[in-house]
Design a protein around this ligand. Sequence first.
Ligand code: CLF
Ligand code: SF4
Length: 486
Amino acid sequence: MSPKVIPIFQNAQPAGGCASKGSCGSAAKPDDLSPEVWEKVKNHPCYSEQAHHHFARMHIAVAPACNIQCNYCNRKYDCSNESRPGVVSEKLTPELAAKKVLAVAAEIPQLSVVGIAGPGDALANPAKTFRTFGLIQDAAPDIKLCLSTNGLALPDHVQSIADFNIDHVTITINMLDPQIGEHIYPWIFYNHKRWKGRDAAKILHERQMEGLEMLTAKGVLVKVNSVLIPGVNDQHLVEVNKAVKARGAFLHNIMPLISDPAHGTHYGLTGRRGPSPQELKTVQDQCEGGANLMRHCRQCRADAVGMLGDDRGAEFSNERIAALEVAYDPQPRQAYAEYVERERRDATASRNEELLQLSTQHSTLNPAVLVAVATRGGERINQHFGHASEFQIYEMSASGAKYIGQRRVENYCQGGFGEEEVLDDVIGVIRDCAAVFVAKIGRCPKGDLAKAGVEAVEAYAFEYTEKSLLAWFRERCASRNGMAAA
Ligand code: CLF
Ligand code: SF4
């Protein structure tokens, strides 16, 4: 029987211009989505690429146990600087978790979503997970709830998920084929029994598909995470993408395997490597046209707090939260959300104006180029080159500016001084970009970037990102077309 799917996108085909971004669902704008769905995703930093420039999420680590073993996971390892799923510094009781949510909401007006994403599996700990969600819903009903699961227990909890108005669920699906799955999952625990090998993978696969179909039939927005494991499922994820799209998944997030012997995972200890950024992009590109892709994931810790890519979890230790008196006031967050609405309107209008002008030039003759942006968020170019710990990467073409991901770097400017060695590494990371857009940059790094063929652009400091990139690209096309005509 074919699964019942509730329509999410208004237009099956991506619209033209910047709406070619419709091929990347996480980049969807109001025109691409039904009003109900846009309302659900517009402030969710993971479900909307645009929202991640403005809104923050937090994870509460109330779910320590897991019902399966993945070869890329070891929950005993913790490094406070590391962004990696399953990693957590402190576990929480439901009561302390709910108090932490209120404390974070009071200090971070960007907070819009609370998720339970481990350190084990949210649904292998259903009592703690749903008690925590209930407490949060009572205390702060305007905060969106989100959960992440491996899917094994999912079919048993779909009704509770709907009852708690949890609109966003992530299922990690790494395979459809148990012959591949047996190389990812050494065991699962199901129906009071431990299953191994192909049998384990088959049960997990069937439960994941059943849970996905049940959720989408209820109108819950499901994101599927897949870990790209070279040599195991890299040739298989296109099929996964098609299968989850057929069952109504809203987004597909293909994440690179993180593998290091120091983490003590099976893959780390047996030398299974993670994919290169190019390998990741190749698989993502092969999936274009299927389920919409998320490309802005930061592979968060299970206790992450703040904007994606800027973890403030260390500021909210259990000890500090326990000692705090917190009173909930939604007003500052509401005021912030209204401010973002205005900013979005202005940013969109300025982008559309630039797109219109671009469409009048024969820029299809100009090849697509990558550019890097230093930003602290807000859809603006507002960071000093030396302060950037990541660059956002866009692909510029006649269709517009397409967000394709982020690349992490070490801060070049430390304690007011630039580190030459770090600069070489930073340039290496963005060497394939035609330009890097910054709020400010020193003369030396600007010169070194130029020698590497990367133009440092300060002319659009503090302006809206997409509009600025388009204006720059349009000028570049015009000057190239002028040179060609001369
Ligand atoms: Fe957390 Fe996940 Fe909800 Fe987001 S994270 S439970 S959907 S609120 Fe987001 Fe982090 Fe990537 Fe997850 S960036 S790892 S996709
Ligand atoms: Fe680890 Fe999550 Fe896999 Fe459980 S489902 S073993 S917590 S990665």
